[in-house]
Design a protein. Structure first.
Length: 154
């Protein structure tokens, strides 16, 4: 019985750090896609080969291993590098405009397009098109010839 308890405790002691390391790897992987490299223009940490990006990733691994949450690590990096390190603007305050304005623009564009389409549809002349090319009706002789020609295709 003691041996079984010992093996169970040993398995737990060995398995918990491995699970924690896997969890940190996944969390840091998410952070790499959510944070920008401070030295590269327009590259996330995952895309950047810069030494500064590698240092930030190592910092995130150390902080995760120490038990810090993803939000806490992000807050620490924002405090150090400023809002420019975030790949997406925050969903609060002034950054909320970056999330709302595209949606408002699409809705406004759809409304304007709908109004113009409705006006265009109402303004069209619904009377039948004139029979001749010059707007005058066809003569009886020309109408007979057109009927004969079209009859050949039946």
């Amino acid at each position: 019985m003691r041996r079984l308890v010992f093996v169970a405790v040993l398995a737990l002691a060995w398995g918990v750090p491995a699970a924690s390391a896997a969890n940190c790897g996944a969390m840091v992987g998410q952070l790499e896609n959510e944070l920008m490299c401070p030295t590269c223009q327009g590259e996330t940490l995952a895309e950047s080969p810069a030494p500064e990006a590698k240092r930030i990733v190592a910092f995130a691994h150390r902080r995760c291993a120490a038990g810090a949450s993803k939000g806490r690590i992000k807050d620490e990096l924002v405090a150090q590098f400023g809002q420019s390190i975030l790949a997406a603007p925050p969903k609060k305050g002034f950054g909320l405009l970056a999330w709302i304005l595209p949606i408002v623009g699409v809705i406004a564009g759809a409304l304007v397009l709908g109004v113009f389409a409705r006006r265009w549809a109402r303004s069209r002349d619904l009377s039948p098109a004139p029979a001749g090319m010059n707007g005058r009706p066809l003569s009886p002789e020309l109408e007979r010839r057109v009927d004969e020609e079209l009859g050949r295709f039946d």
